[in-house]
Design a protein around this ligand. Structure first.
Ligand code: ADP
Length: 637
């Protein structure tokens, strides 16, 4: 119960006595302070003579609050007073001042925290250079950025210049002094070399403060690590250049392809047109037909190359690893290319690095054949005089110099690896040093002066290199302009002796062949190299060899020589193909053994050949051993 109310109440709070008459003073206390104030009074009531102080806000008539410090004394037992004596003291101003102070302190703390977080988030190092006294102060991040510790810190301007990259040092220092002199902001970037050799890129920004007389006083700035963005920018530039280059390559490729395909197409269409002319002599016809054939063959080569490169690019090229005798391949390639080399007056020779009985390796025979063919073909193409030698050597490498294997063919894992290193060496025009890497790229050719004379799409080496890598090897070139080139490539090798004894192997074939009666053989083959090869193979078992270049000639030969024992029939011949020729021969001779030579990998050929009346077939390129096996089947006594 409030018994006495000072008139100050009106002066302080604006309430008239009648305003508050009959209502409790508690109604005027700020709701947030009410609990504390009531507790305070409650406590005070418990003990007589007790004095206490509290602070609370009172509502004024104008709606504002005043902070009041209340001091109260329990005088219940005092006979005169018998109540609580209270004294009110207006502390609103003091409270406001206090409040402002805390707010200011909070703000200052917050802004410092914000600054710290921001510099941290931005990985910013902060530095403060007192230019006048040459004293440098760094924050922790600065030490990290320069990769140094506080004990090696020189405390002055050397702090940042010491670590500068030699190529950037003078420029950065000059720029710094230019800012000091002009008062303009320092804004630059440079590289810093850490004591451990690591190089990072920093961006620096700083403000310059001057004395009233214009002398530089202080420089405050931040440094930021921009290594990653510089790197990203570089990568972007590289990626852009790559994209542009591959664009250029594609355009160049298309132009090249277009030329490469048009040229043989013109040959085919042009000479087909000429063939229509009435009254051509047989010789003229043969000539035109041979041009059409050659153009077609060239076209087929280009298409094969494009198919191969597309398969490689699409990751669809597979390897077919089997046992294969590498010496036989060498011999075959030498026989195959000899006429072409001799036509140019170039000597072609080969060398094997392993004896016959050790020359069987596990690899993809067709791919090795394609690689060697490509390289020897290039050697002949780019050599005008001198010689070409190809071959291989056995070399050993060790684990610390391993050869990567990309394909299914892998190296033995005993720490030691054997390799066959193949080479194709020519005395040709050579390749300039700066082009020796590029020629392995797709669609790239060295700009030859007499380019027209040397047709090609620039795909051969790219395909060959991809094949070598699929087989677990590597390809490289050594070349000097005007002197010649040597292309090397490796293949994994694991010695695996043949079942037959070494000294018997060479005589084995001969022994087999001696069991045959001597035969009369008809070789029906339009391609002169293939014909030459077959002749070499069958020479030992034949008493007479007859040759035919077309299906017609083959039928004619059979009609004339009824005693022919064996026909080696190429299925792809001009004018009349091997199937038709076989059908016609069967009408006149049911007994002659006809073996079809089919193109490699075309599965339908086999059935077609048997349907036409062939006894058996053999796929090209023909392996001597297979042919001998067939002979055994049909002619062994
Ligand atoms: P191409 O079909 O043009 O011959 P390649 O990929 O086989 O394509 O070769 C690419 C280029 O490398 C050739 O155009 C040629 O300039 C160069 N080259 C390849 N082999 C030889 C070599 N033995 N001697 C000189 N230059 C060569």
């Amino acid at each position: 119960r409030s018994r006495y109310k000072s008139s100050n109440i009106e002066k302080w709070f604006g309430w008239k006595p009648e305003d508050v008459l009959g209502s409790s003073t508690w109604n005027l206390v700020h709701p947030d302070d009410l609990d504390e104030a009531q507790q305070f009074v409650g406590n005070l009531m418990n003990e007589t003579g007790l004095v206490g102080t509290t602070e609370c806000r009172y509502l004024c008539k104008d709606g504002s609050y005043k902070w009041i410090e209340i001091t109260m004394m329990n005088l219940i037992n005092d006979p005169d007073i018998q109540g609580i004596l209270g004294n009110y003291h207006d502390i609103t101003e003091r409270k406001q001042a206090e409040q402002e102070l805390t707010t200011a302190k909070d703000n200052a703390q917050q802004s410092e925290t914000r600054l710290k977080l921001a510099t941290f988030a931005g990985s910013l190092g902060i530095w403060d250079w007192n230019v006048k006294d040459n004293v440098m102060i760094w924050d922790d991040r600065m030490f990290e950025l320069y990769g140094i510790t506080k004990d090696t810190f020189p405390n002055n301007n050397d702090a940042w210049t010491n670590g500068l990259h030699p190529d950037d040092k003078q420029r950065a220092i000059d720029e710094c002094y230019a800012s000091l002199n002009s008062g303009n902001n320092f804004d630059t970037s440079f590289r810093v070399v850490h004591p451990n050799g690591k190089i990072i890129h920093l961006k620096a920004d700083a403000l310059v403060f001057k004395e009233p007389d214009g002398k530089p006083l202080r420089m405050i700035g931040i440094n930021r690590d921009i290594t990653e963005s510089i790197y990203a920018e570089e990568q972007l530039v590289i990626a852009k250049e790559h994209a542009e280059q591959s664009d250029r390559l594609k355009s160049a490729f298309l132009a090249n392809m277009s030329h490469e395909i048009r040229t043989p197409m013109n040959g085919i269409l042009g000479f087909a047109e000429l063939l229509k002319e009435p009254g051509l002599s047989g010789k003229q016809q043969q000539h035109y037909i041979s041009v059409i054939e050659k153009s077609g063959a060239r076209m087929l080569n280009i298409i094969n190359d494009i198919v191969d490169i597309s398969k490689i690019e699409a990751g669809l090229m597979t390897v077919d690893i089997r046992e294969s005798n590498i010496n036989e391949q060498m011999e075959y390639i030498a026989t195959f290319f000899k006429p072409e080399a001799e036509k140019k007056g170039i000597e072609l020779s080969y060398r094997t690095g392993l004896p016959e009985h050790k020359a069987t390796i596990k690899t993809d025979r067709e791919k090795v054949f394609a690689i060697l063919t490509n390289l020897v073909k290039n050697a002949i193409k780019y050599t005008n005089k001198g010689s070409i030698e190809f071959g291989y050597n056995l070399v050993e490498t060790y684990e610390d110099n391993p050869v990567e294997t990309h394909g299914r063919a892998s190296l033995p894992s005993d720490g030691r690896a054997s390799l066959l290193e193949f080479y194709v060496r020519d005395t040709g025009i050579g390749i300039p040093k700066d082009r020796q890497e590029a020629i392995f790229e797709r669609f790239i050719q060295v700009e030859n002066v007499d380019k027209m004379a040397r047709q090609g799409a620039g795909l051969g080496l790219a395909i060959s290199k991809a094949f070598v890598e699929m087989l677990g090897g590597r390809m490289r070139i050594e070349s000097e302009v005007g002197k010649g080139s040597t292309v090397y490539f490796t293949l994994p090798y694991s010695a695996k002796p043949d079942k037959k004894e070494p000294n018997q192997i060479d005589t084995f074939m001969d022994e087999v062949l001696q069991q045959f009666k001597k035969l009369i053989v008809l070789i029906a083959e339009d391609d002169e190299y293939s014909e030459l090869f077959l002749e070499l193979v069958v020479k030992k078992i034949s008493k007479k060899i007859i040759k035919a270049k077309t299906g017609f000639e083959a039928v004619e030969a059979c009609r004339k020589h009824t005693d022919i024992d064996l026909v080696l029939m190429d299925v792809q011949m001009p004018l009349m193909d091997g199937y038709e020729a076989t059908r016609q021969i069967r009408q006149i001779n049911k007994d002659v053994v006809i073996i079809a030579q089919t193109a490699f990998g075309l599965s339908g050929d086999k059935e077609k050949a048997l349907m036409a009346g062939c006894n058996d077939y053999i796929s090209k390129p023909i392996q001597r051993e297979k042919l001998v096996n067939l002979m055994q089947k049909f002619f062994e006594n």
